[in-house]
Design a protein around this ligand. Sequence first.
Ligand SMILES: [Fe+2]
Ligand SMILES: [Fe+2]
Length: 170
Amino acid sequence: MTLTNERKEALEKTYQFYLHHEAILKMKEIPAHIGSNVYIHTFKVVKKVMKKAIKSHKNLDLENLLIAAVFHDYYLYNWRTTKDRPHPHGKYHPGIAAENAKRDFNISEESQRMIKTHMWPFNFFNPPKGKEARLLCNVDTWIALVECLTTRKHKIKKADKYINYISTLF
Ligand SMILES: [Fe+2]
Ligand SMILES: [Fe+2]
């Protein structure tokens, strides 16, 4: 889909707002997928989701999709060391992330819905509905898989590259 300059600028502005927000920066302290952290993982997902959404010829709700991608893993605890949390993590963290995002940023119902289904098929009876939710689920699964298959050493070596990569949306 072709974006007007105004829409592109607005999306970049939203992206930058969350990228530097104090509450979001806290995700840097939460480890994810061997040597990575939830902050880096999140913005890698945001970038890929938005790139694919814009490249597709479908008319997608980019604004709500961007927010859903930013908050999809906003569960805010280390699931490996936190004892007082619902099990299994894969099934329950999308609901917790959506609740936290609603509490802290009052995100839309649409974005919450997309977040809640991003771990399908973990939450088997709640599959993603709509193109945006499916795209978020697919991209997150793919990025998580690649992160799990990459070594810690490789991630540490590429840390600066990741920071540079996520520094802008476009
Ligand atoms: Fe997740
Ligand atoms: Fe994720």
